[in-house]
Design a protein around this ligand. Structure first.
Ligand code: SF4
Length: 290
């Protein structure tokens, strides 16, 4: 691979941020329509947690590890990137310091981040890789006119032109019960790539903490099914938006739900549906199917 190889093109229009369906929001809707609505339509933003901050920092380090020539991409170099990238995050959001207390000091948390960065080298050898895309935003419009969006951590292209999609995970690897969700994410990324370049030969989720790698070599029928599933899902979202009702759905993750105070199943009061938010959401479908 050489650095002159082209990154897959992204079909997004520059400038205005158009609404689009992402894989995480699609999964969220499947789990609980009300939680999806509160985040996407009402625009409730959740503050960072130690886990999300660690994820952001590790992603940033691994993205920039590939700025330097291959021989320099060592664990020692990678760990030198942690402090400046953490400083940058703190400069943007000083409230991140509030995440720490005596039970988890910043130093202890940074040790964990070091461990995650070092464990990346047990999964891959970055000296042998030359990505053609990093943190790449890809927007496509499906045949049914639905805009989909994804940010792909890394895309490699082989000398034969085959694409490989890589997604770094700093959380725990999924138990067998949740492997389907992980597969859905890989298919969704393959769908994005197929729409913007070509079907990737391989998609992989790298679980840094455990060193586990989930691999899917997608075939066209897989992606056709995923496309049909996404269309069906969007039809449901549109129907909810039109009816003005996104129902809460109790699920095993309710205990971690950070909008529970607005959920009627837990004694909360759901705010009125914001009209503007619905109008905006409905622009995710760019046109009706041909
Ligand atoms: S608490 Fe559970 S049911 Fe209620 S909004 Fe959150 S995820 Fe949905």
């Amino acid at each position: 691979m050489t650095t002159t190889e082209q990154a897959p093109r992204s079909a997004h229009s520059h400038g205005r941020w158009e609404p689009a369906l992402s894989v995480s929001r699609a999964k969220e809707y499947q789990k609980c329509p009300l939680q999806y609505r509160l985040h996407v339509v009402d625009g409730i933003r959740e503050p960072a947690t130690r886990a999300t901050a660690a994820g952001t920092l590790v992603h940033s380090v691994l993205e920039h590890l590939y700025d330097v020539p291959a021989p320099i991409r060592t664990p020692e170099h990678a760990t030198t990137l942690i402090a400046p990238h953490w400083e940058r995050m703190l400069a943007k959001d000083p409230a991140l310091l509030d995440l720490f207390d005596d039970s988890m000091t910043q130093e202890k948390w940074l040790e964990d981040v070091h461990g995650l960065v070092e464990s990346y080298f047990r999964v891959e050898d970055p000296q042998r890789l030359q990505p053609v895309g990093r943190e790449q935003r890809i927007d496509i419009v499906t045949d049914d006119g639905i805009r989909l969006r994804g940010f792909i951590d890394r895309i490699d292209r082989s000398p034969a032109g085959d694409l490989r999609v890589i997604d770094y995970k700093t959380g725990r690897a999924p138990s067998p019960r949740f492997v389907d969700e992980a597969l859905f994410q890989m298919r969704f990324y393959a769908l994005l790539l197929r729409g913007s370049d070509r079907l990737p030969a391989r998609t992989q989720l790298l679980y840094l903490r455990s060193g586990r790698v989930l691999t899917l070599d997608p075939v066209p029928t897989d992606i056709d099914h995923c496309s049909a599933e996404v269309s069906h899902l969007w039809d449901q979202i549109e129907a909810d938006a039109t009816a003005g009702r996104f129902a809460p759905r109790k699920n095993p993750l309710c205990g971690w739900c950070r909008v529970q105070d607005r959920c009627p199943l837990f004694g909360g009061v759901t705010p009125e549906l914001p009209e503007k938010g619905i109008e905006n959401l409905l622009r995710t479908r760019v046109r009706t199917a041909a």
